[in-house]
Write a protein that binds this ligand. Structure first.
Ligand SMILES: *Cc1c(COP(=O)(O)O)cnc(C)c1O
Length: 433
């Protein structure tokens, strides 16, 4: 399998090359040159690593990593991803927050780390994973690369603009993970990271690799939990699984679209956004207008210019077909708050603000007489967003064990001015792992 840019520039390259490059040289995103044929015979439900090894095989054909796929899946995807029934009949949750940092980003970050580590010798020169985060990605990437020989992680986050627990988590790894709290916004962090990736001289001295959300190494593994959930659902109910997906940069939802295209029993795919409405507006009008992100209660979805929309449009260039394939709805902060306030009595579950957007969309469908079962994708554990959730539900949220373990460690982040030379100074001075 070869990969090409969504913008058509450059030669087709292998998956390993696409993982190393991240973004294509023409600014596009890498996608399969030919999407694999859909499966005719579906296996019975199996473990996530087994399903990953089966489902992702065509994407690894003829790649240097082909022979490593099974062990990569075993190492990275051995995480629970249960579909649980709520006390509201016919509303289910696909819980993707049972990994080490309690958000679905763990699946992608761990898989990417395993892919990058597989071909590396123990005496290879250090590779620095440089990542800007608005909260969840940085923690997941730090956890995935923590204590891996020959890797260093540098995470930039906007000081004071992530939740206190997210900040603690980012600074709690230590060892080969360096957290930088930047005096600026997430956009400032991202701009610094982009400058570093464009700096050929720096990269000769300090080899860099990216782990951002457009990486195929994060997108591909996200397909496995949709496949596993749909196979299990089909074996129990005999029907296709319908998903509502809390959406920001569209990486999680894109994985679901690809999974359905491979022939897995998935029915409707509905995207729930917060007040950042670029995707719903595009699906309504056919016109894409990127904008500045606005802050909402579901902060991990505060994306004004969702980059994976380019992959979705490339996958379905016919707009009317695209409109039939996915729908999208906006959920504002008032509705997120209402769903959170009612979530315990209505569903018997406390959810995170992002998951609340999916439940709000399901409630709208109910109100129009839709009685079908729906699966809301639960993207993070509510304990990560206690500052939003606890005032609305009126009591503390229990902290899952893995998160409690990280929060119990001391935490230390280095302050950094939003200044490129300051970042270069840090990168040049990193200790060798
Ligand atoms: C990243 C994130 C999202 C958005 O996922 P995308 O792939 O960017 O659409 C939703 N919820 C949580 C908790 C997240 O961390």
């Amino acid at each position: 399998m070869m990969y090409v840019s969504t913008r058509g520039g450059g030669e087709p390259i292998t998956l390993s090359e696409a993982l190393a490059r991240g973004l294509a040289p023409d600014g596009g995103l890498y996608v399969p040159a030919q999407f694999p044929e859909s499966h005719v015979n579906l296996p019975p439900p199996r473990s996530l690593p087994d399903i990953g090894n089966w489902l992702l095989k065509p994407f690894f054909v003829d790649d240097p990593l082909e022979g490593d796929l099974a062990s990569i899946c075993d190492e990275a995807l051995y995480l629970p991803a249960p579909v649980v029934e709520t006390s509201d009949h016919n509303v289910y949750l696909l819980e993707l927050f049972h990994g080490p940092t309690a958000a679905f980003k763990d699946f992608g970050a761990r898989f990417l780390a395993a892919c990058l580590a597989a071909p590396r010798m123990f005496d290879a020169p250090p590779l620095t994973i440089l990542v800007a985060t608005s909260g969840d990605t940085g923690g997941a990437v730090a956890a995935a690369f923590h204590l891996r020989p020959t890797f260093r992680v540098v995470v930039l986050y906007p000081d004071g603009r992530v939740s206190p627990r997210q900040a603690h988590q980012l600074g709690a790894f230590g060892d080969n993970v360096h957290a930088l709290r930047v005096a600026g916004s997430f956009d400032d962090c991202q701009a610094l990271v982009k400058l570093a990736f464009a700096d050929a001289e720096l990269r000769r001295e300090v080899p860099l690799s990216s782990a951002n959300s457009i990486s195929l190494g994060r997108l591909l593994p996200q397909m496995t939990y949709y496949a596993a959930a749909a196979l299990r659902w089909h074996s129990i109910h005999g029907t296709r699984a319908n998903f509502v997906i809390p959406t920001g940069n569209l990486g999680n939802a894109m994985a679901c679209v690809w999974t359905r295209a491979l022939g897995l029993p998935i029915g409707e795919i509905v995207l729930a956004t917060n007040a950042n409405r670029a995707v719903p507006d595009f699906l309504a009008s056919g016109e894409y207008r990127p904008r500045l992100a606005i802050s909402t209660l579901a902060n991990a979805m505060d994306v004004g210019a969702p980059s994976n929309l380019e992959r979705l449009r490339h996958f379905m260039p016919d707009f009317e077909r695209l409109q039939r394939a996915v729908t999208a709805e906006v959920v504002d902060d008032a509705e997120i708050s209402r769903v959170l306030r009612e979530s315990e009595s209505r569903y018997g579950h406390v959810v995170c603000p992002h998951t609340a957007t999916a439940l709000a969309v399901i409630e709208r469908r109910r109100a129009t007489g839709d009685r079908r079962p729906w699966i809301a994708v639960a993207t993070a554990h509510p304990a990560k967003f206690e500052g939003v959730v606890e005032p609305l539900i009126g009591h503390p949220v229990e902290v899952p064990e893995s998160l409690a373990e990280i929060l119990a460690r001391p935490s230390n982040a280095t302050p950094l001015a939003a200044d490129y030379e300051a970042l270069v100074g840090v990168l040049r001075g990193l200790p060798v792992p």
